[in-house]
Design a binder for this molecule. Structure first.
Ligand SMILES: N=C(N)NCCCC(=O)O
Ligand SMILES: [Zn+2]
Ligand SMILES: [Zn+2]
Length: 331
């Protein structure tokens, strides 16, 4: 069946090409795009481009996040078109499309970082916001470089068990533990609005925290989320972010290993997927210009627990972007 004949969810006045209609084609049939959305080459232009970055050469422990994007796409077959938590139909409010994968050299991190930045430049240059499916956390640096070229230094909300502001590993500057230190050094982040959420676990030393604070980060630990609750945390984050252009980077290891076993550097005592999703919903009024979900490593997953959590996370992020696009159109 070619794409013109594929029955799709009717999408009302915007005319956006929506997901394959799962009441007519079973949701487990056919190739997996994110949420069964059209491919980028099946639409005239995308407002939000969902793009995979199958790259994991920057990891310090278990490899395998190169397979994360496709695992998230597979798990996303069960997403439905209306998001009651944000009272929005994200794929009707804006044209969301699956832009496929960015090819990155697995044997040369510097070259990979350059090609990810160039591919992101193309997507952002076409007018789309990016919803990136990683890949290890190294990829956040070239994505942020590209976003900053378009918007100037952006606010960053970073969900992670880890700080990812370490300096180098084995002398390497570009790794999954270092992207946000590089980003601050490069002046591509708005240092008045940088937050980690979900951090926990042992560090190399107390200096890690001192260095991180000097870079400008505020920290909401996973224990803070547990004690204060998702609504209060979201309110506080929203105040810090204001109307600045915002980038959200979500390392799936921000979740407890019970909620996300399929990841490379798991740490006990993390957030629940409910807490993560609720915090994101509390940020629905923010000007989210692009986002990533990284570090899904399906080889360590069971029953798609991690990939399902990641697909719902990307769905909430996509909904925030679509709502923003619709409200910028004056709706
Ligand atoms: N999972 C990410 N992004 N970073 C973890 C780095 C922790 C470490 O190797 O010590
Ligand atoms: Zn992490
Ligand atoms: Zn990370």
């Amino acid at each position: 069946m070619n794409s013109n004949e594929t029955p799709r969810v009717p999408n009302g006045p915007t005319g956006a090409v929506g997901p394959v209609d799962s009441s007519r084609i079973p949701r487990y049939a056919g190739p997996a795009t994110f949420a069964r959305l059209p491919r980028l080459d099946e639409v005239t232009a995308a407002d939000v481009a969902v793009v995979g970055v199958p790259f994991d050469t920057g990891v310090s422990y278990r490899p395998g996040a190169r397979f994360g994007g496709n695992a998230i796409r597979e798990a996303s077959r069960l997403l439905r078109p209306y998001n009651p938590a944000q009272d929005a139909s994200p794929f009707a409010l804006a044209q969301v499309a699956d832009a496929g994968d960015i090819a990155a050299n697995p044997f040369n991190i510097n070259e990979a970082v350059e090609s990810i930045e160039a591919a992101a430049d193309d997507l952002l240059g076409s007018g789309a916001r990016m919803m990136t499916l990683g890949g290890d956390h190294t990829i956040a640096l070239p994505l942020l470089r590209s976003v900053a070229k378009k918007h100037g230094p952006v606010a960053l909300l970073h969900f992670d068990a880890h700080l990812d502001t370490w300096d180098t590993y084995f002398g390497a500057e570009y790794t999954h533990g270092t992207p946000f230190r590089r980003a601050v050094e490069e002046g591509i982040l708005d240092t008045s609005a940088l937050s980690h959420v979900g951090t926990r676990g042992p560090l190399y030393g107390k200096q890690d925290l001192t260095d991180d604070e000097k870079l400008g980060f505020g920290i909401v630990t996973s224990a803070d989320v547990y004690r204060r609750g998702a609504d209060e945390v979201a309110d506080q984050l929203r105040q810090r972010i204001g109307d600045r252009p915002l980038y959200i980077s979500i390392d799936i290891d921000c979740l407890d290993p019970a909620h996300a076993p399929g990841t490379g550097t798991p740490e006990a005592g993390g957030m629940t997927s409910r807490e993560l999703l609720e915090i994101l919903r509390g940020l629905s009024s923010c000007n989210l210009v692009s986002a990533d979900v990284v570090e899904v490593a399906p080889a360590y997953d069971h029953a798609e627990i991690t990939a399902v959590a990641a697909s719902h996370t990307a769905y909430e992020l996509t909904t925030i972007m679509s709502r923003q696009i619709a409200s910028a159109r004056g709706e």
